[in-house]
Every structure is written in structure tokens, then in C-alpha cells.
Design a protein around this ligand. Structure first.
Ligand code: GDD
Ligand code: MN
Length: 363
């Protein structure tokens, strides 16, 4: 297959000692493939004048340099490069040679062969990282768990932290991207429009020169980014809908219990029926409202989802009861407080179960 044109977006801040080798190696890895490419250096007005050095290679290596005044941050720099890109395939890469330019053709060919997004990954076959820092490792694991819990789009992606990836421009064309901090890939995966993602193993090498600009202080930016994404992606609204549906179910439960008991039924039996009616109402409303986008329709899929939902809720009830008993009899907590805690834990459990399992649309 012929090589398609690609724009390589490279954010830089004080990368004077890396930029020449970077441009040269990138050029060498793309040049033999023919066709056109461009490298877009987005520099935040580096004091070491990386922008100036880069612009000397404008003609030799198809370099375009964007110099932004004032340090504005990595993710928005990448975004600016993406917006300036001329070609339909975009590759994002760091400037410090921790991302091997020789891997770019592989990423591009994944996109050419059908992937919408191809991620350079440290955590799959043939992927590794030569640098190991315990603090960074723990922070990155925690960040991954948080993102995977909140956003199902990234559940199966191994390296969501990656700053080395290629994608079709279509993925972002109609998308409002507002990254904070430096996780531009997370923004793309949650907000972009795409269907296929692949990962390509690569070795995250040692920084050639200079020092990393990212540190633990980025945790705050990451948390702000995640909460803003939680809101913008509609997941916060989904959670609110789930709570509203649950509230309505509880009211219905009480109403049915009251009616049947007043009609002369034993309140224990009435309570069982009330529970089931509440569960069914939750199920129906969640199916056609909260989780409508999951497309659970048709008799078979609906019945399967109903079974999963009941399994989830049954465990939720057991959890709730266990917490009530343990907190109150073992730790002497006032029983109403224990129950409140039990209810909240049960609700979070139920939401997690619905989010992760009940509404997966396969039968
Ligand atoms: N324009 C601009 N503005 N560029 C920046 C800024 C900024 O404020 N901060 C950093 N950069 C550039 C650097 O010059 C480098 O090219 C790239 O962004 C990555 O910065 P590093 O400081 O080298 O980051 P890192 O090595 O700690 O982290 C990298 O690896 C992580 C793990 O894969 C980044 O790629 C992260 O995104 C990635 O999560
Ligand atoms: Mn780096």
C-alpha cells in the first residue's frame, strides 16, 4: 500500500539539544516512503530558543514552527498542532527522543490499514520502558484505574498515558477538545469519534538531553481534567439519571408496599413484591433513558440484561446488609448511620455493575 501523507505534531519546551537529532531521524524514517509529510513543532517560546533552531530546518525537513508566547502547556500545544495540520493522518510525538521516530511508519500503517487511532504502547507485547521510577509508576497506575473506572472508552487501552500516537483527522474534526494538563490522548479517546483503536509496542527510551517537565504536581491538573471530562462526556449526567431513577424506584417500592399491605396482604410478602416492582421500574427506565446509548433492545438481549441487573442488585443488597450488621454489631455504629453508609456503598456498587456489565449490548 502507498504511504499516506501525514502531519507529525511535536510539542517542545527547551529541547534545543534534542531537536536536531529528532528532526533528522524523523526525516530519515519517513523520506524513503515517498509522499509528503510535515513536522509541526509547537513551541511555548522556549528560553533556549528551540523554535529558532527548529525553523532553520523548514526546507530541509518540511518543518513548520509554531511559536506560542508564554508557556501554555503540553496538551494545548498538541491541540494547536493538530489544528494546524494539513494532512489526514496526524502523529503526536515527544521531542526528547523517548519516542523512537523509527516507529512512526508502523503507527501510520496501522491507521492506513483501518485503525482510527494507533497508540504507541509500553504495556503490550514488544513494548517496554527503560526508565523506571516507583513514584511515577504508582501515580500512573492510580491515574489509569481512575480513568478506566469512569470512562468505558479506555477500559481496554493498555497505555492511556501515551504521548506517542497516530490518528485520522476525522476522529477530532467535529469534537470539542478541551484538555487540561498533558493527557491529550485521554481527551481524544473519550471525546473523539472513532471505532477502532490498536496499540503498537515500542520502547520508551531514555531522554536524550535536558530534563522532564512533567512531575507529580501534574496530579492536580490530571484530576481537574478527569472531572471536566466526566462532565463534558455526559457521564456525570448519566450518574444523575441513575440516581433519579433509583429515587423513583424507592418511591414506587414504598407505594406498592403500602397499597398491598392496606389491601390485606402480609407486609413481608408485600415487601418482596414491592422490591421486585422497584427493580423492574429501575430496569425499564435505565434501559430507555440512562443507558439508552448502549442499545439494549430486542427480547433476548433485554432478558439477558434483566438477569445481569438482578444479579448486580442482589449482591448490592447483600453488601448493604453486611455493612449494616458489621458496622453496628462489631463497631457499635448507630444503626441508621450504618444503614446510610450501606446504602451509599450499595448504590455505588449498583452503578458500577450497570456501567460495566448490565448494559453491555451483547446478548
Ligand atoms: N509546547 C510545550 N509546552 N511543550 C511541552 C510543555 C509545554 O508546556 N511541557 C512539555 N513539553 C514537551 C517536551 O518538550 C517534550 O517534547 C514533550 O512535551 C514531553 O515532555 P517531557 O517533559 O519529556 O515529558 P515526560 O517524558 O515526563 O512524559 C512523556 O511520557 C509520558 C509517558 O509516556 C509525555 O509524553 C507524557 O505525555 C506521557 O504520559
Ligand atoms: Mn520525556
Amino acid at each position: 500500500m502507498q504511504f499516506m501523507n501525514a502531519s507529525i505534531v511535536i510539542p517542545t519546551y527547551n529541547e534545543r539539544d534534542n531537536i536536531q537529532e529528532l528532526l533528522e531521524r524523523t526525516h530519515r524514517s519517513l523520506e524513503p516512503l515517498g509522499n509528503s509529510y510535515e513536522m509541526i513543532i509547537v513551541d511555548d517560546d522556549s528560553p533556549d530558543e528551540t523554535w529558532k533552531l527548529a525553523s532553520q530546518y523548514t526546507d530541509a525537513y518540511h518543518v513548520r514552527t509554531v511559536r506560542r508566547r508564554g508557556k501554555k502547556g503540553l496538551a494545548t500545544a498538541v491541540l494547536e498542532g493538530v489544528n494546524a495540520a494539513r494532512y489526514d493522518i496526524i502523529v503526536v510525538m515527544d521531542a526528547d527522543l523517548q519516542h523512537p521516530p523509527e516507529k512512526i511508519p508502523t503507527l501510520i500503517s496501522c491507521v492506513q490499514n483501518g485503525a482510527d487511532i494507533a497508540i504507541g504502547s509500553r504495556f503490550i507485547e514488544n513494548g517496554t520502558s527503560v526508565e523506571f521510577n516507583l513514584l511515577r509508576y504508582v501515580a500512573s497506575k492510580g491515574a489509569g484505574i481512575l480513568a478506566r473506572t469512569l470512562f468505558r472508552e479506555v477500559r481496554n487501552v493498555k497505555d492511556i498515558e501515551s504521548g506517542f500516537f497516530a490518528f485520522k483527522k476525522d476522529v477530532v474534526v467535529h469534537t470539542d477538545l478541551r484538555p487540561i494538563g498533558y493527557k491529550i490522548l485521554l481527551e481524544l479517546l473519550v471525546q473523539g469519534s472513532y471505532s477502532t483503536v490498536t496499540e503498537v509496542g515500542y520502547t520508551f527510551g531514555k531522554r536524550k538531553a535536558g530534563a522532564s517537565k512533567l512531575g507529580v504536581k501534574n496530579t492536580a491538573a490530571y484530576l481537574r481534567h478527569v472531572s471536566s471530562l466526566f462532565y463534558r462526556s455526559g457521564e456525570l449526567r448519566r450518574f444523575a439519571q441513575f440516581c433519579a431513577v433509583g429515587g423513583a424506584g424507592a418511591v414506587l417500592n414504598l407505594a406498592v408496599l403500602y397499597m398491598l399491605t392496606e389491601l390485606g396482604m402480609f407486609y413481608g410478602a408485600a415487601g418482596l413484591i414491592a422490591i421486585e416492582v422497584g427493580l423492574l421500574s429501575n430496569f425499564v427506565l435505565n434501559r430507555s433513558w440512562t443507558f439508552k446509548d448502549r442499545g439494549v433492545t430486542g427480547f433476548k438481549s433485554t432478558m439477558a440484561a434483566l438477569g445481569r441487573d438482578h444479579a448486580v442488585r442482589a449482591v448490592g443488597i447483600i453488601l448493604n446488609l453486611a455493612i449494616l450488621l458489621i458496622l453496628t454489631s462489631l463497631f457499635g455504629v448507630f444503626y441508621l448511620l450504618s444503614q446510610l453508609i450501606g446504602l451509599i456503598v450499595g448504590m455505588v456498587w449498583n452503578y458500577g455493575g450497570n456501567q460495566w456489565w448490565t448494559w453491555e449490548s451483547k446478548p
